[in-house]
Design a protein around this ligand. Structure first.
Ligand SMILES: *[C@@H]1O[C@H](CO)[C@@H](O)[C@H](O)[C@H]1NC(C)=O
Length: 238
């Protein structure tokens, strides 16, 4: 009898402690956004400019960028001084390798509510076909949804190349809309940020990576879609 009284007293004490802790966690949990990509995500400034859009919309304190990387290699200077520099951009990496060997582990370490990715440029450089790259995209979406079935996804049409395999980029971008249609779902929507249309190769600083004007174009295409997702996730109207 003593034992059962003691146990129920402990249970009550446990409940009294667990309640407030859970509420506190819910209030402070930020929406997790993973910028995923290659050097066009790592050594560029569009992530910073998108953060400015989040700050302007008064959403920045409720979100965080996540990823194994925490860097600002281009020394970007957005308006918002304390922007979140976490990301999963890896210079030179292929969508195929990320899908086959890395994304599962990255999402285990830093789970995400929203994943936005631009990938495929290095695959094109290495001569991989659109079919192979799209298969990697499918694998990535499956990994993302296995990690969190409600992940909201933004896929970018890839920016143009100033040199080399422009036909590979054009072919990849042309395949993305039909690919999205086949995989889109209410629980885990996929939207397309068109970073290709109207992006002049003169806005590439080296034939591959955007200069500041190019970063501004990418941010202008990705940012509004991200803000929509963030508002939906937080239950806010625009
Ligand atoms: C995917 O579905 C969502 C609704 O669930 C929709 O808002 C979005 O536009 C769709 N994506 C595309 C590319 O059609």
């Amino acid at each position: 009898m003593y034992t059962s009284v003691l146990l129920s007293a402990m249970a009550m004490a446990g409940l009294a402690v667990a309640g407030p802790v859970q509420v506190a966690e819910r209030q402070t949990a930020k929406l997790k956004i993973m910028p995923l990509g290659d050097s066009i995500t790592e050594i560029t400034c569009w992530r910073a400019f998108v953060w400015d859009q989040l700050a302007d919309a008064k959403l920045a304190d409720q979100v965080q960028y996540v990823g194994s990387q925490n860097s600002n290699p281009q020394n970007c200077k957005p308006t918002t001084a304390n922007w979140d520099q976490h990301h999963e951009g890896h210079s030179g990496w292929l969508a195929i390798d990320i899908a086959n060997s890395y994304l599962t582990g990255w999402l285990q370490k830093t789970p995400a509510d929203i994943v936005m990715f631009m990938l495929g440029t290095n695959d094109v450089f290495r001569g991989h076909s659109t079919t192979e790259i799209i298969a990697a995209y499918t694998k990535m979406v499956n990994i993302i949804r296995a990690s969190n079935p409600k992940t909201k996804i933004i896929v970018d049409l890839v920016i143009p190349l100033g040199t080399g395999s422009t036909s590979g980029i054009t072919s990849l971008n042309a395949a993305i809309p039909a690919w999205v249609k086949g995989l889109n779902s209410t629980d885990s929507p996929i939207v397309i940020a068109d970073c290709s249309q109207g992006f002049p190769t003169s806005d590439l600083r080296d034939g591959v990576h955007p200069n500041i004007a190019g970063d501004r174009i990418i941010a202008s295409r990705v940012g509004p879609l991200l803000l929509n997702y963030v508002r939906q996730s937080l239950g806010k109207t625009a």
